[in-house]
Design a protein around this ligand. Structure first.
Ligand SMILES: [Cu+2]
Length: 159
């Protein structure tokens, strides 16, 4: 009898973890690879990474924060005419089920606004990404020299 109770308890504990290991929250479903930030003396810069969503559902990054910047915006790059312009991405960054998403120069990225200090190559920046369900994913991004990612920022202005 005691043995049966123990087994039932074990099952209850597993069920309490969501039943699907590693994807109980949106953040737990996502893995980060090769995260990096473009080196900058101040002002703004961008962070990039490879993100994989290993779950069977779409998840969405809705905000991000870092001690290295006053605030972080989620940006997309749009081409109007020849010029590439970046702007806040409406609704955040969507990571489709069972797929990889790249935050890359010329594409979606995390924009670090009003840096609190210079970001020098070789150092690390800790970024926290927050998902639609409120779960958070810590991202360690390595600072690198990079000559591109200089898209014009329209600052949300229109016209
Ligand atoms: Cu940007």
């Amino acid at each position: 009898m005691r043995r049966i109770v123990c087994v039932l308890l074990a099952v209850a504990v597993l069920a309490g973890c969501g039943g699907s290991p590693g994807s109980a929250t949106d953040a737990a479903a996502v893995h980060v690879h090769d995260a990096w930030v473009k080196a900058a003396d101040g002002g703004m810069t961008a962070a990039f990474a490879h993100l994989t969503n290993d779950s069977d559902r779409e998840v969405r990054i809705t905000s991000a924060a870092t001690p290295a910047a006053a605030r972080v915006e989620l940006h997309e790059v749009v081409r109007d005419g020849g010029a590439a312009t970046m702007r806040p991405k409406a609704g955040g960054i969507v990571l489709p089920a069972r797929s990889a998403t790249e935050l890359t120069p010329g594409g979606d990225h995390l924009m670090l606004m009003d840096l609190t200090g210079p970001l020098t190559p070789g150092s690390d920046v800790e970024i926290t990404a927050t998902f639609d369900d409120g779960s958070t994913l810590p991202i360690t991004a390595q600072v690198r020299d990079f000559p591109g990612a200089d898209e014009h920022y329209d600052g949300g202005h229109h016209g």
